[in-house]
Design a protein around this ligand. Structure first.
Ligand SMILES: *Cc1c(COP(=O)(O)O)cnc(C)c1O
Length: 378
């Protein structure tokens, strides 16, 4: 038989429209290609990982859990869910875990998005919202940001009768900017009843507790709000893939219907349980990131490179030609993240705030690339 169909011609509509995610190379491979002796001499500041690594308590819990890895995980994450509920002062039936909060973005999409239904996001919002919207055939309404910050008024104005969902990362990645709690309260006062608002708070624990907007109160009130959080950033467990959604029980019930029963692995549940008890590690992380941000802002001023002040563990740096500077930094042994393309931030690169040593390497490399090494004002 002569075959004329292709996998593509047989694929669901829209699949070929999906942008291809280009994963970064493993550091060891990048180092080899660039002629560095080993990956250890490179500094990876590309993925907003925790500069301090995981909590030592989580490491111990993982080692202890290893001997039980022949068992399937607890599909309801009973112990972790109850511990987290107690910590956050919410009910256990308002929590559902995911294989990273990225899985929850997808599950939220599966419940509330479809062809003929719309989603409102910001132009430089976290890219995964757009990917999920495209994949599900939803109408994507993207509104401009104001000074690289979500513009709640513009988002409200973009809501239409067919709008099902708003994704709102706060602080946002890759911009590092945040909308304060009072502004969000006014936003929530005006949000129409037919719209589900999903606040993505991946970086919330890195904010001073007094500066964290309280979106959980809307969950307690039963409003149409979903809050996403993760163990990937402040808790330093990105490799395990565990995040969670907090939402009124009827929303959680729907998310539980679309998720796979064993979506969160047992090692991740054990580590997250231990990490939750290690407030000291989160506090240390917050302090290191704030000190690192201060250092970077001071040094970027010194070498004459503009930046966007950030509340998270990364920062946009305005380098002119982001792609070129990203590549030049690689040759200096520093891996940053280009944010042109989907994010439309061609003039910037995004750098993760690392340890003091990593931050110093970054500044030295940037000074070399931008100024030939000579612009330090002192
Ligand atoms: C890093 C990040 C996440 C976390 O994703 P995980 O899947 O939990 O690792 C979610 N949202 C935003 C905006 C992020 O930057």
């Amino acid at each position: 038989m002569k075959e004329t169909a292709t996998f593509l011609s047989l694929a669901n509509p829209g699949v070929d429209q999906l942008p291809v995610y280009e994963p970064g190379k493993p550091v060891s491979e990048a180092a080899r290609e660039l002629g560095f002796a080993s990956g250890d001499v490179m500094v990876k500041l590309a993925s907003n990982e925790n500069a301090l690594g995981p909590s030592p308590l989580a490491e111990e819990a993982m080692i202890a859990a290893a001997k039980d890895m022949h068992r399937y995980p607890d599909g309801g994450a009973f112990h972790l869910r109850h511990a987290l509920a107690e910590k956050l002062g919410i009910e256990p039936d308002t929590i559902v875990f995911g294989n990273g909060s990225n899985e929850l973005i997808e599950l939220v999409g599966q419940v509330w998005l479809a062809p003929g239904r719309g989603m409102v996001i910001s132009d430089s919002a976290f890219i995964v919202y757009r990917l999920v919207g495209v994949k599900l055939g939803a109408k994507i309404v993207s509104v401009p940001m104001k000074r690289l910050t979500h513009d709640p008024d513009a988002m409200l104005a973009a809501v239409e009768p067919d709008t099902a969902l708003i994704f709102f990362a706060n602080p946002n990645n890759p911009t590092g900017t945040m909308v304060d709690g009072e502004t969000l309260d006014r936003f929530m006062d005006r949000i129409p009843d037919h719209v589900v608002v999903c606040f993505d708070e991946a970086y919330i624990e890195l904010l001073d507790p007094t500066a964290q907007p309280d979106m959980l109160k809307y969950v307690r009130q039963g409003r149409k709000v979903i809050v996403l959080r993760t163990f990937s950033k402040a808790y330093g467990l990105a490799g395990l893939r565990i995040g969670y959604a907090i939402a009124p029980p009827d929303a959680v019930a729907l998310l539980n219907r679309v998720r796979q029963p064993f979506n969160v692995n047992a090692m991740a549940q054990a580590a997250a349980m231990a990490a939750l008890k290690d407030d000291a590690h989160v506090n240390r992380t917050r302090a290191v990131i704030r000190a690192g941000a201060d250092f970077l802002m001071r040094e970027l001023d010194n070498i004459g490179v503009p930046f966007v002040p950030s509340l998270a563990n990364f920062m946009l740096v305005e380098v002119g030609d982001g792609r070129r500077v990203f590549e030049a930094l690689m040759r200096q042994g520093v891996i940053a993240r280009p944010v042109g393309g989907c994010y439309g931030l061609d003039r910037y690169i995004r750098v993760t705030i690392g340890t003091q040593e990593e931050n110093m390497r970054l500044i030295a490399a940037l000074n070399t690339v931008m100024n030939g090494g000579g612009a330090v004002k002192g």
